[in-house]
Design a protein around this ligand. Sequence first.
Ligand code: PXP
Length: 249
Amino acid sequence: MTHDIGKDKALRLGVNIDHVATIRNARGGDHPDPVRAALIAAKAGADGITAHLREDRRHITDDDIDRLMAQIELPLNLEMAATEEMLEIALAHRPHAACIVPEKREERTTEGGLDAAGKHNLLAYYVDRLGSANIRVSLFIEPSEEQVEAAIRLGAPVVEFHTGRYAHLAEEDRAAELKRIADCAALAVKNGIEPHAGHGLTFDNVAPVAAIPQLAELNIGHFMVGEAIFTGLDASVRKMRELMDAARD
Ligand code: PXP
């Protein structure tokens, strides 16, 4: 199936380029450049670029965010911890969207969703400050009713469901987790929140998630960047795009 880049699409693909920077940083130089990856992803059918500026700058750096804002035309989704430092960076750059994620220094990747229920007061401040700057705020949460209810109370326009648990389950054990994601997506939409999903998605497991009709966007990174080693980034993004479109047809 060919894809009409830039036309209205039911399910958007946000390409997370963090791990291009991981490879670059392994040698401390400037190759491979995540901005170049973003430009290739755009041509291959990405609808947005996602980058996580971690507090320890282990992959994306401040300079990458400067250059992404200056050089890409696609909307940038800045993943960020709820800290004053990250808030200032977001307000200085005004990306299209900011996805608030939990961050622990010792973790290898974002291991779980935000405790939106338990951290209401802290998150309310960031949702309000980012929202007032016209940055579309998203909360990265587990697909649970309690967390969606908390996001509703916070007035977040977007939630992103952490699909890590789904991705780690054996195929035959996935049905219940998929239903949780689908039920939470329906609850979000019913309450005026746009649901997204991401984490751990691959060519093999993306279709059932992409088929959930309420989801508006998937954010996918590590697998596509890994696959790019074998096939090139353009082919890797195009294939993910095709699998997502096929799941919706
Ligand atoms: N969405 C969010 C909020 C994330 O933190 C991540 C990982 O950084 C992703 C999506 C992409 O996950 P993956 O790299 O496993 O595809």
